[in-house]
Design a protein around this ligand. Structure first.
Ligand code: GAR
Length: 198
């Protein structure tokens, strides 16, 4: 069987990347081919290297906001890796429509809210501030619009009265680590039906 090749983009610690990579074994239809970051110091790169996965980084800062120029460099290692699927896993740069269109229908993102609620940043604080009884995370297909695109899965958690953004984020992250591998496995097998957890 030929496996689907998965490239994972991250900016931080990479706990979702680890969950995805650790899931791609046995009869899983995909295997990791690259972990790519906009930050050479991102903790996720070291974790990927420990797991024997090729890594690369392109620092966005020298491009001073020129997204197209940054993305042209980011595309080089990505194209070389020949991914079938691209997973954004805590990748904190906004991508242009041009970049996204190259991977249309095969780029996934995980976002820490129950989309369409709370696109963008500070999702946990915003859910607490709004007095929401539940919160969660969403995996969706990436389109040119930020944190938009067809929903491929969601996981819900309760919001407790004692929650701070950090305690809520930790509860959501635990669910992210279940949701994202579950969605990727289905998606790689050609099934786009949403995964609903728990
Ligand atoms: C995760 O909570 C992910 O949902 C979020 O960043 C965190 C990355 O953690 N992504 C976004 O906010 C995207 N806008 P990780 O590096 O440990 O996977």
């Amino acid at each position: 069987m030929s496996h689907k090749r998965v490239a994972i983009l991250l900016s931080g610690g990479g706990s979702n990347m680890v969950a995805l990579v650790d899931s791609m074994t046995g009869d899983h239809p995909a295997r990791p081919c690259l972990v790519l970051s906009n930050d050479a110091q991102a903790g996720g790169l070291a974790k990927a290297a420990e797991r024997g996965i090729p890594t690369a980084s392109v620092d966005h800062r020298p491009f001073k906001g020129d997204r197209a120029a940054f993305e042209a460099e980011l595309l080089k290692p990505l194209i070389d890796a020949e991914p079938d699927i691209v997973c954004l896993a805590g990748f904190m740069r906004v991508l242009t429509a041009d970049f996204v269109s190259r991977f249309q229908g095969r780029m996934l993102n995980i976002h820490p809210s129950l989309l369409p609620k709370y696109k963008g940043l500070h999702t946990h604080a915003r859910a607490i501030e709004a007095g929401d009884a539940e919160h969660g995370c969403t995996v969706h297909e990436v389109t040119a619009a930020l944190d938009d695109g067809p929903i491929l899965g969601q996981a819900r958690v309760p919001v407790l009265t004692s929650d701070t953004p950090d305690t809520l984020a930790a509860r959501v992250l635990t669910q992210e680590h279940k949701l994202y591998p579950s969605v990727l496995q289905r998606f790689a097998a050609g099934n786009k039906a949403p995964v609903l957890l728990p």
